[in-house]
Every structure is written in structure tokens, then in C-alpha cells.
Ligand binder design. Sequence first.
Ligand code: MLT
Length: 411
Amino acid sequence: MPSVNPYYDKLPGSYLFSEIGRRVREFTAAHPRNRLIRLGIGDVTSPLPPSVIRALHRAVEEQADPEGFKGYGPEQGYEFLRRAIVEDSFRNLGITPEEIFVSDGAKCDLGNFQELFDLSCKVAVTDPVYPVYVDSNVMAGRGGEWKDGRFSGIIYLPCNAENNFVPDLPRERPDLIYLCYPNNPTGTVLTKDQLQVWVDYAREKDCLILYDSAYEAYISGPDLPRSIYELEGARDVAVEFRSYSKLAGFTGLRCGYVVLPRTVPAGRAAGGGTDLWSMWLRRQSTKYNGCPYIVQRAAEAVHSQEGRAETRTLVKKYMDNARVIRAAFEETGFRVYGGEDAPYVWVKLPAGLDSWSFFDRLLHEAEIVGTPGAGFGPSGEGYFRLTGFGDPSLTEEAAARLKRMYKAIPE
Ligand code: MLT
């Protein structure tokens, strides 16, 4: 057999949600009659909005028609979708359709983007963190050694109740900084002033911010930034990643996009360096053949007047769930964060209770699946995540079970 990539061996165990799936399968095999409520992985539960379904049907019919049939699509995605995106979300932010790269989702884009950078690049992540940022860099060889729940080659920026979940600027200069706001997993947000600090830092230190805004539709605060390009100078130092998954229920359909301003300067490389826009185009056109036409038509419908109204209803439903979960934990005496401008509720566990033990306890005693904070990084230990993406009546039922399980948690 050929030698394999040695860096895969550096990854501890399995991907977080695969490990949760394994434990849940074990539980259901042993207790087949029990009714589990799944509030673990952030997967949506509502059907696709009617305007999206109609767009899909129309696009499928086109595929049966010799005039309408589509083969390979344009490398960056169809212009009708890139225009709709810019018109709907980036109208006054100086972004052009040429700067949008449509894909099959933000997870793939966030995992793949690190390929554009040299292995010597230092990566900073907020901690706790969506595991894809760290794991994809470890697979590439930027992780260093795994010790005490951390990779020696990654800069972790702790976010916890003590700093109000606002990361401090790194002491050591990173090349790449992953930020996700509204945040997965903590459900917390940064104000414009707080995010401006990062943009200014990136400009001063010549870093690139990889900004994951997959949850921007969940922002309700009028002054919170929905895109990093609302901040002064961000066009020169930030790439933004967006997704239709949580906005419009596309977790199964798959569509997302990267916003890569042409103003992001060329990276440094032997011989001068190529600009990132050209590199990403080269990478995508070599390794990827694009999101299906019918899915891009479905995504276009999300930006229509009707689609926008339908997705607002969807988002409200999930946010109502988040409020139900928040209230249940608060009533039982837990301290709770997030769940106000994000679909995730981040619960502080009582001192001495670790997050995987709480996961098992919640699974066995209340038959609720959540996500242990430790799975998101060392600073996630002592916290637990639940999602608002469940079915509303099951979420109510989970809240009732939780209240029965915990009469009161002492401070
Ligand atoms: C999560 O639960 O953190 C998300 O659903 C994962 C994802 O979007 O890939």
C-alpha cells in the first residue's frame, strides 16, 4: 500500500458529530422503544419553503426539455444566482457578482479554503470552535502535536463566560484567523465595534480573516453586523462564507457561497504570489464541477420577495424553539448564553460536571441528544450546546423533560 497522509493520525478520535451519532445508535439499539429528542447536530427539521419547492420543480422540468437542459455550469455558479445574492445581501457593501463563488455548502468551502495557504501559515481559532476549521488544518499538516486537548500548532483564543465570549487579540501573530458570528457553538455575537477591532488588527498585522456567517439570518439586533464587509477596511482582509442550510433549510439540498473580494491582496509566495481570487477560481475549476443547476435555481428563489418572507417565518420558528430551551434551562437554575441572535443555546454546567458526562446523563435520563461543549475545544468543557432546529412540539417536550429531570441546580 502507498504511504498515507500522516496528519490524519494526529486527529483525535472521530469527527464530533460522528461520535455523537455512534453513542446515540448504541442507545437506540439498547432502548428501541424510547422516544429520543435530537437537539444535537444543528440540522433543520422543517420542509423547504414553498417558493423553493416550486423553483426546484420548474428547474427539473427544464432538464427534460432540449431547450432548457443544462450540462456543466459556469465555474463560479450561474450569474442569475450571483446577481440575486449581491442584490439581496451585499447591495451597499461594494461586493460584485464576480466576487461570489457558489458551492455545495459552507462546510466544504471552509474545509477547503486552507489549501490556498502555505503549510507554514499560523492559524488562530476562537475556542470553542466549529471543528471543521481545526481538523481541516490538521489534515493539511498545520496542527503540530495534540496535547492536553489542544494542537500545538494552532492558536486558540478562549471565549468563555469570564470574557463574555469576546476573544482577546492573539499574543502571537497568526496568518489566518477563523471567526464565526453569530457563533457556533456559543450562540453569541460580536457588535460592530468588537468586530472592527479584528478587522483593524488584520490590516495592521497583515492577516486574513476567514469569516463564517452561516447564521447571519438569525441576527435580530438592529446594530449587529450581518456581514463583515459592513466594517471599515474589511474588503482588504476578509473572505466571507455563507450558506443556505440554516437560512432556508438546505442542509440536504446543499448550497453555499464564498465572497472573495478582488481587493484581498495577493498572498506572499516564492516569486511574488498570486491573488486569492484567482487561486480559488483555479482550485474550484480543477477540483469541483459546481452546485447543480436545479439547486442554484432553488437558492435563487430564497432571494425572491416570497422566499425572503418564508425564510423569515422559518427563522422565527427556530428562534422560538431556542427561547423555549433557554427558558427551561434558566428555570432549572442553569446559566445560559446565546439563543438570542443565533439558533444555538450554550449552557454552563454546574461546577464539577463535565460535558460528556452531562451528554450521557441527558441521553439516558431525559432521552435528549445535545452536544458536549468539550467536543468544540478545550474552552468548551463545562458547557453544553442545544439547538433550536428541532420540531417545536418536540422542543416543548424536551423542555418539560428537562424540568422534570432537574428540579433545581444549585449555583
Ligand atoms: C453543527 O451542528 O455545528 C452544524 O450543523 C454543523 C454544520 O453545519 O456542519
